[in-house]
Ligand binder design. Structure first.
Ligand SMILES: [Zn+2]
Length: 356
């Protein structure tokens, strides 16, 4: 643990032990702010050992208990944003969001949320709902991690250079494989075949992973069931990609909206940037498309003056301690420096036609 993190935890501990944190959580200052929580995945198998964005199921349940113990009110996102602007938020207002729509949300997280009676927004990307196979980008990373004991990936089809399968080598190999697929404009099926060949190179049983639906999104029936159960399905682009130009970017949103409309009668009005990637022109695009908000992965509390198309969220990961999580519910980290967020690579595609 870094010295800065140690110092920060000591300070938060002090604020909590002295009662300052609890005092702040009951003030008008906190009541005028909204904390939006952001989750990506809750492990069904060994995902939490691979990626800190995946929480073990017990950790996710404990976080939801901490929300209840802190006396927070969990509101649907749309209501929370409306009330933020009307200055009528309840004490310690929280909204809960999940990104992407992986199967683990449906099977593990949703039953936990329902048991607490918490409303939830799911930013659902839809391409892999229809093509219900492993999502390419995360599966590349997962396979490399799974096959790391092989030591080296020597795969001339994709790269002349062999990669050592330690964490930096796995990252470099993942970048090369994703670049290979992008440059050749591989279709979903071709990327799936590439994943199968990668698994073969690494001695990992790909079909067994597919049978368990590892890193699959929900399928159309499961998405419709979530809509029926009151999950707020919102926009996250169809192909989990963003473009600089308005036409292509709005095309992604429109493809996504059309698919969402088949799962839920509620018109989606909120968006989440893929991989936290946003450009200065996006708020204008989203507003012109009739959307009311967009969330980022930058941490912070939302205030009435926050740009509604650049809403910060607390990205909850395994790196966050319970103390830090409780402190965010109270609002204290607002007064501490936060680490900048670096968007995931490969989210932004250049427009094929610069005039688009
Ligand atoms: Zn995403």
């Amino acid at each position: 643990m870094s010295l800065l993190k140690k110092g920060k935890l000591t300070f938060l501990q002090l604020l909590e032990a002295s009662g300052a944190s609890s005092w702040l959580s009951g003030t008008a200052w906190r009541r005028d702010r909204l904390l939006i929580l952001c989750y990506h995945g809750v492990a069904r198998f060994d995902e939490a050992e691979w990626d800190p964005l995946y929480l073990p199921a017990a950790t996710f349940r404990r976080r939801m208990e901490l929300v209840a113990e802190a006396g927070c009110t969990v509101l649907p996102l749309a209501e929370a944003l409306e009330r933020l602007h009307q200055h009528t938020l309840p004490e310690r207002a929280v909204a809960i969001t999940f990104d992407d729509g992986f199967l683990d949300f449906y099977l593990v997280a949703l039953p936990v949320l329902e048991s607490f009676g918490y409303p939830v927004t799911l930013y659902l990307t839809t391409y892999y709902v229809d093509y219900n196979r492993p999502v390419f980008d995360p599966m590349v990373g997962y396979l490399l991690w799974k096959g790391r004991e092989k030591g080296v990936l020597d795969w001339p089809e994709v790269s002349a250079q062999p990669y050592t399968l330690d964490p930096p080598g796995c990252s470099a190999a993942a970048r090369a494989i994703k670049r290979f697929a992008l440059d050749r404009k591989l279709s979903g099926r071709e990327k799936d075949e590439l994943l199968a060949r990668l698994a073969g190179q690494l001695g990992v049983d790909y079909e067994e992973l597919c049978q368990r639906r590892m890193l699959h999104l929900v399928n159309p029936e499961e998405a419709a069931d979530m809509g029926a159960r009151g999950v707020d399905l919102e926009l996250h682009t169809h192909r989990h990609r963003e473009y600089r130009g308005r036409v292509r970017m709005l095309g992604e949103l429109e493809d996504n909206r059309r698919r969402l409309a088949t799962f839920s009668p509620r018109e989606p009005k909120h968006f989440c940037y893929t991989g936290g990637m946003h450009l200065p022109q996006y708020p204008d695009y989203l507003k012109s498309y009739g959307l009311l908000s967009a969330t980022t992965c930058e941490s912070g509390l939302c205030e009435v003056s926050t740009n509604p198309y650049l809403l910060p969220r607390l990205v909850d990961t395994q790196a966050l301690t319970d103390l830090e999580f409780r402190s965010w519910l109270a609002g204290t980290p607002h007064f501490l420096p936060t680490r900048p967020y670096y968007p995931a690579e490969g989210q932004l595609l250049e427009d094929p036609d610069p005039a688009a």
